[in-house]
Design a protein. Sequence first.
Length: 493
Amino acid sequence: MSLARMAEPATTPRYERHRPEQTLLYQLVQTHYPEFCAQLDAQGRRLPAYVRQEFEDFLLCGRLEHGFLRVRCEDCKHERLVAFSCKRRGFCPSCGARRMAESAALLVDEVLPAVPIRQWVLSFPYQLRLLLAQQPDMMGKVLEIVYRTLATHLIRKAGFNKHSAQTGAVTLIQRFGSALNLNLHFHMLFLDGVYAEDQYGAMRFHRVKAPTREELGALVHQLSQRVSRYLEKKGWLQRDMENTYLLLDGDDDALLQFQGYSVTYRIAFGPQAGRKVLSLQSIPPAPAKESDRVAKQAGFSLHAGVMADSQQKELRERLCRYISRPAVSEKRLALTSQGKVRYELKTPYRDGTTHVFFEPLDFIARLAALVPKPRVNLTRFHGLFAPNNKHRALVTPGKRGKGRKPTEVECTQEKTIEERRNAMTWMQRLKRVFNIDIEQCEHCGGHVKVVACIEDPAVIEKILQHLALKESPSLARVNDARGPPDQSVLFQC
């Protein structure tokens, strides 16, 4: 161990193992999920298999009893254990934070070029939120309509046509709102301009001005009309002389009912099902000046007021983390003295609402409504950022794309299968997001590495018992006191 390493000040926070069993969210699911399932069975209803798997895996996430990695310092031999994660996409805060860090790093380092980026947020009427959450294929088609509409607007505004210029976008599909309600909406990071080939064949960026209120109004009108026409053509939307309504199947589906109540901010489970969720309201804030970067029509809302310039890399990464954040914030979750679950809103509503309250079983139903269907990609790449676009390697920092030729250095450097699959290690995620350098030993500053993967239940129990005895002598098993040996037995011939 070098003197320079010993002299380094401890400027980074120390890593502490996440203990999910001590969090309120874990305790609520562990206590009330079995009762929730029992009441559903008594009613002759049941959650889909993928939703049940989400809850079961969440209860295993981060628990050393179900497997872990052994990480050891190469110098002082200090060890720590790292529990396995569930890797689910529904409501697990730990796995959501991991995915947020990895997605933001990927977008900033390998996808988004050093040009201005603007965030476009499109939200839908209540009925469409439920339809898009239930029909992932339909959601993909609607997203294609939204991208084509916005991309055409940018290309024409820059003075080009679709044959001479291209733009690109990354869409993060969020399924949740600030009140743990099902609110499927699109967060789209668009290039704030277009790329076009110059006379030498190089791709040159042409920036466009920020959208005006009139332009946003025209765009949201186009989007509402085009989406409605498409849904009507496919038979999901019906119109008559007075009303417009959607056709949804599965009225007896428990999850569909939970999602329907969640979309409309109503109680989803229990004797008060269908009523408005109890909320805490304060004095409404003074009405703010209406933004020039938002437009609304027929329940559609289009916002384009957030932009990151080319040199604002930290702002771009914060924006990427924001749009890929997990659904549930444990910091805003609490339990009242009456046993109700209290959840604080990220930003107060216009009517002054700051908190919402749930019965424990209704809270479980809220979590179930947020679970996405399996094999549905919630991150989409469009235009220049699409994997099959021939210009992607020319404009993205990662220089990866269709038809790209590897450099001489890359040809000589062979990577293993694990190196090609893993974008970032868990150590790199902690260091990038929380400034925690887990690659160095907290005792001596030496390099640490993974030395074993423990999955055998017998070995797991043996190691955990050993560590409990070593770390806390009070946990050691002490045999009962016994009297002196029987002398007559010892000296018998």
